[in-house]
Design a protein around this ligand. Structure first.
Ligand SMILES: Cc1cc2nc3c(=O)[nH]c(=O)nc-3n(C[C@H](O)[C@H](O)[C@H](O)COP(=O)(O)O)c2cc1C
Length: 189
């Protein structure tokens, strides 16, 4: 089995809700063991990343970028960067914000640059927006049209009610795609 970690920060639970859907999608492949790890935990213990073959990074978009706790995690990996200890792992990113665009792209770009600096291999979100095939917009996979990583839009209210079906479906598909890619390209640790 491959080892996959979903590393996330979530203040209000929306990003965590999407992380759990991604985990379910990844587990459905039957080829990876999947763990959810918080950015706060990893900021204290970044070496916990070492056994994983793949990392899926997730943060809410705050003012067009990753949240401060997620950046704290990123910065805590500086020592791992010096030895390129994460080199060759697969990586992907997702972000949640309240607006349809909300400058989520720059959050994903920051995760991508982070992954490139660590020598990791980036995996995208390769799904054509299903509304183009007549699926109702709110039910359509990749309705927000993001290929560089997964975007989801959170309405107000509790995390369980905040997402349309299309964004939850996309999260499941994104997790499954990452696990399938891991199974195709990575040698188990
Ligand atoms: C400080 C702050 C900055 C935010 N900036 C943005 C933003 O730039 N774009 C956006 O669409 N939503 C923005 N939001 C909304 C959050 O992205 C949204 O509430 C998200 O669902 C929070 O995720 P969480 O529940 O996992 O904490 C911001 C929220 C906060 C608290």
């Amino acid at each position: 089995m491959h080892q996959l970690a979903i590393v996330y920060h979530s203040a209000q639970g929306h990003t965590e809700h999407i992380a759990r859907h991604i985990a379910e999608g990844a587990r459905s492949a039957g080829t990876s063991e999947v763990e959810l790890l918080t950015a706060d935990t990893l900021a204290r213990e970044p070496d916990r990343l070492l056994p994983y073959d793949g990392l899926i990074l997730g943060s809410p978009t705050y003012l067009g970028g990753v949240s401060a706790p997620f950046k704290g995690f990123m910065d805590a990996t500086g020592r791992l960067w010096r030895t390129q200890a994460l080199k060759g792992k697969l990586a992907a990113g997702f972000t949640v914000s309240s607006l349809p665009a909300g400058d989520k792209q720059s959050t994903l770009m920051s995760m991508w640059v982070f992954s490139m600096q660590h020598g990791m291999v980036w995996v995208g979100n390769p799904f054509l927006p299903e509304q183009h095939k007549g699926v109702p917009y709110d039910e359509a996979a990749n309705r927000l049209g993001s290929w560089s990583g997964l975007m989801a839009q959170a309405g107000h209210g509790s995390a369980a009610d905040a997402f349309v079906a299309g964004d939850l479906k996309t999260a499941d598909m994104f997790g499954r795609h990452f696990a399938d890619t891991l199974a195709r390209f990575a040698v188990p640790a």
